[in-house]
Design a protein around this ligand. Structure first.
Ligand code: CTP
Length: 499
């Protein structure tokens, strides 16, 4: 016969074995228990924990019975408390920049990847989004004050800082990075940075001129040197209407990169993947960066220079490698190909954006450059549509400058992926040109295709015909589907790693 339970706070305390037992159960300090007793209320997050503990002790009650002693209802009914959550715990600090609204999407993506997210907002972040919107998404209280009696009683700032497996700052504004670099602890967010022992990761976002400023660059370099991991920024349109480096990375990329930076999670993830029955997880734990599609370089507001590319081959490679358990970051120019499943897709437009996204995605074990990057861009693209001259015979001259070579840059990067693979699209002397290109760009392997012939099977087609060149071998592959070529390349990569 079950024991019937009188629902009031002191009865609960007694039933659970006293103040100390409740402290341990809820993982709070003694002052929090005093606070609960004074208010006669428990925080909402305590309800499922207490319900589970009481029923385990044989008391008869329904979850709703605890409603009268629980505080205001949590915002989402499916709240899972940090204590009960099996995934990594991420403290998401939102600083005050226009990109703050994207932090909500980062929180959502992190939750989808299995993380438990607790939000912290600076005062200036609250000018852009409200703590309520973050709390609604995470189902957790959003912390925003260093001097809140209630918060300190329930979860002191030191314990908040220590409760995390990772502290992620999105967006990291110029001012926030400056305060973090100087060790200023004048609000909850910056105090957490000093008090935490977990890895700190920042996703900078700001106006390009502010980003380029010496002060910001020096803060960025110094934080990085101290072990803070940086995700981005990348080049592109910024919220202030100016274009250049300073744009925050896309939320999906930030979330995926943050998860990769949690060592225990990465190890557990790998173990989980290795136990996946029926699927080959041979590349589990490998981070593979792939570029795909064309880049588009503006001439003016409506016209552009681009290379021909459907993105079919790069996307097929991303799919093949993700299916083998790799953690794939796909940086793609504009294509109509659907986004492959289980990859982190970063959409870019120009070569400069593609390079910045690749740089932000490092470190990686393997890089595969399948993108058809435009070799040139217009030196000074016009902000408005250029008008044709009246005279139909008048010519038009565009001054072009060279785009960065992404493959060569990755091959020479200080944190170079162990295996760098490029493509060579050649119209003539396929073997000689491809071999020279491999050496010139410093990559390990190059996949050479003949293009532009009468029966060119490459551009836009589902077929491809290629040769694989390494430093000491050439392997000719028959004409095959791009998806088959992707599997063949994945086989080669697997063989390389198993040998
Ligand atoms: N590539 C790159 N960045 C560039 C140009 C090319 O990463 N700015 C990469 C491509 O993704 C591919 C390889 O370099 O993996 C070769 O590209 P290809 O177009 O064949 O060569 P180019 O460098 O353009 O050389 P060329 O035009 O002289 O043949």
């Amino acid at each position: 016969m079950k024991k019937v339970f009188p629902v009031n706070l002191s009865a609960i305390l007694t039933a659970l074995g006293g103040r100390h037992a409740m402290q341990q159960l809820l993982d709070v300090g003694p002052s929090a228990i005093s606070n609960y007793l004074t208010r006669g209320q428990l925080p909402q997050r305590a309800k499922p924990i207490i319900y589970a503990a009481l029923t385990a002790k044989g008391y008869q009650l329904r979850p709703d019975d605890l409603e009268i002693i629980a505080g205001p209802a949590a915002i989402t009914p499916h709240t899972v408390s940090a204590e009960n959550h099996a995934g990594p715990r991420i403290l998401l600090i939102i600083a005050g920049g226009i990109a703050a609204y994207k932090a909500l999407e980062v929180a959502r993506q992190l939750q989808q990847l299995g993380a438990h997210v607790t939000g912290v907002m600076t005062d200036s972040a609250k000018q852009f989004i409200t703590p309520l919107s973050l709390a609604a998404l995470t189902g957790e209280k959003c912390y925003d004050s260093l001097f809140s009696l209630t918060d300190e009683a329930e979860m002191g700032h030191i314990r908040l800082a220590r409760s995390a497996d990772l502290v992620l700052v999105v967006p990291a504004t110029a001012s926030f990075m400056a305060r973090a670099n100087a060790g200023i602890a004048d609000d909850l967010a910056t105090t957490i940075l000093l008090a935490t022992t977990a890895k700190v990761v920042m996703a900078p976002a700001m106006n390009p001129v502010m980003w380029a400023h010496q002060a910001t660059q020096s803060n960025f370099a110094s934080l990085r040197q101290r072990g803070v991991e940086m995700i981005g920024p990348v080049s592109g349109d910024t919220a202030c209407g100016e274009e250049g480096e300073g744009r925050m990375c896309e939320p999906a990329m930030i979330a995926a990169a943050a998860m990769r930076l949690i060592p225990t999670y990465a190890a557990r993830d790998e173990a989980d993947k290795d136990s996946g029955a029926g699927t080959s997880r041979s590349l589990s734990g490998k981070h593979i960066l792939i570029t795909s599609g064309p880049t588009i370089e503006p001439i003016d507001k409506v016209r552009f220079i681009a290379n021909r590319s459907s993105g079919k081959q790069g996307h097929a490679i991303a799919t093949a490698l993700a299916n083998r358990g790799a953690n794939v970051t796909l940086v793609s120019g504009p294509v109509t190909e659907p986004a492959p499943a289980n990859v982190t897709l970063v959409n870019v437009t120009t070569a400069a954006e593609m390079l910045a996204a690749c740089d932000a995605a490092l470190p990686a074990d393997i890089a595969i450059c399948a993108a058809a990057v435009a070799d040139w861009r217009v030196k000074a693209a016009a902000d408005e549509k250029l008008k044709k001259p009246e005279n139909p015979d008048a010519g038009m001259t565009l001054e072009l400058c060279q785009n960065p070579d992404i493959l060569a840059t990755l091959s020479a990067a200080p944190n170079r992926p162990k295996l760098v693979i490029g493509f060579a699209a050649e119209t003539e002397n396929l073997l000689e040109n491809a071999a020279a290109k491999r050496r010139r760009k410093g990559c390990d392997w190059i996949i050479a295709n003949q293009v532009g012939g009468e029966d060119d099977p490459v551009f836009g087609s589902a077929l491809n015909q290629a040769m694989l060149l390494t430093s000491d071998s050439v392997e000719e592959w028959p004409r095959m589907q791009k998806t088959e070529l992707a599997e063949k390349l994945a086989d080669q990569i697997e063989a390389e790693y198993s040998s």
